[in-house]
Write a protein that binds this ligand. Structure first.
Ligand SMILES: NC(=O)c1ccc[n+]([C@@H]2O[C@H](COP(=O)([O-])OP(=O)(O)OC[C@H]3O[C@@H](n4cnc5c(N)ncnc54)[C@H](OP(=O)(O)O)[C@@H]3O)[C@@H](O)[C@H]2O)c1
Length: 320
């Protein structure tokens, strides 16, 4: 089977490419500007193209059976970039897949398609989608777009992914814990959040590679259970072998930050993921992964403390 990965130079893509290329003939679509050093030692073909330039995609999709579509816009400050990176890019890819008769596409979406909740009820694939951010909106629109094409698809929704090579915004959270031994949270910290260690996600994505019977389905992939902030901080504390002081901030800060966010984003086309994080910090976004376990045999093996240990060891070696 010939596989194309988009976003192979990104945080998730580099791990998925390394794993898939051990078994399958794997090609990565990269931009002229991409830093491809993470792909150099792997047995992968590299093809240059830009998802925003439709005609540039034809060579990448030649004789491809399965596309893992990971490329997207996750961290931009500008709303317009989310439209381009998540919707326009997906549209161009789908048009080219149709032209090249690609047999299947697996799309990495996000639990940002759901609205964070005040209750602890766990989200399932059937929960109502109601994105509250521009990022979540464009991921949901991309999902809808994929369903309109006559190309067999699987959609995977993931929560925040952590692990080696994670983005700086997550590194800062861990660095604060072990440099300052303090973490600020809004609310009591007993609300539920799902996370997914990168190896768990990659395992689930690979399980889907040859499961055509799961076409037309959406799956949530996350760690085995959701965690409270208190549990996450306790696990970090146990890994760094130091107590971490939890600084509880009042809920009103979340509301204020969200109002500021909405004002700025409406006036200036700006988007601040940090303000969204503050607003939703005391809300629940916990997931139930029973469907993925039952239907694809997903079994996330890496537990929170081990995942955090690997992540912190990578941060120490690369960021400190
Ligand atoms: N990280 C998470 O916690 C998380 C959670 C849920 C879902 N997701 C989804 O998972 C996917 C990957 O996330 P990530 O964290 O790995 O993101 P990332 O590190 O920002 O990587 C983004 C990738 O997309 C590529 N890309 C962007 N625009 C492109 C274009 N026009 N043409 C070709 N390639 C393009 C980038 O290439 P360059 O190297 O050239 O920049 C890079 O390889 C995204 O779709 C995201 O929505 C992520």
């Amino acid at each position: 089977m010939n596989i194309l990965i988009t976003g192979g130079t990104g945080f998730i893509g580099r791990h998925l490419t390394a794993a898939l290329s051990k078994t399958y003939h794997t090609r990565c679509l990269v931009r002229k500007t991409s830093d491809i050093s993470c792909l150099r030692d792997l047995s992968v073909d590299i093809t240059i193209g830009d998802l925003l330039v439709k005609d540039s995609l034809l060579p990448a999709l030649d004789k491809i059976d399965l596309v893992y579509h990971l490329a997207g816009e996750v961290y931009s400050r500008r709303k317009g970039d989310y439209y381009k990176g998540n919707i326009l890019a997906t549209h161009n890819l789908l048009e080219t897949c149709k032209e090249k008769d690609v047999k299947r596409i697996i799309f990495l979406s996000s639990i940002g398609v759901y609205k964070p909740s005040t209750t602890k009820n766990l989200l399932t694939e059937e929960s109502e989608c109601e994105p509250i951010t521009f990022y979540g909106r464009t991921k949901l629109d991309a999902e809808e777009l994929i369903k309109k094409y006559n190309i067999p698809w699987v959609i995977v929704r993931a929560p925040v992914i952590y692990g080696p090579h994670q983005p700086p915004v997550l590194n800062r959270f861990f660095l604060n814990a072990f440099n300052k031994r303090k973490i600020y949270i809004i609310g009591k910290g007993d609300n539920l959040r799902s996370l997914c260690f990168i190896d768990n996600l990659v395992e689930g994505l690979i399980l889907l590679a040859n499961k055509e019977k799961n076409n037309g389905k959406t799956y949530i992939l996350s760690d085995n259970t959701p965690y409270t902030f208190i549990e996450i901080i306790a696990a970090i504390s146990s890994v760094i072998k130091h107590e971490i002081q939890i600084m509880n901030l009042p809920s009103i800060l979340g509301g204020i930050s969200w109002k500021i966010h909405n004002l700025i984003s409406n006036l200036f086309d700006f988007y601040f993921v940090e303000l969204y994080a503050i607003k939703t910090m005391e809300l629940n976004l916990g997931c139930n992964i029973t469907k993925a376990k039952n239907e694809i045999g997903y079994n996330p093996k890496v537990a929170l403390e081990t995942g955090i240990k690997n992540t912190i060891s990578w941060i120490k070696n690369s960021c400190c």
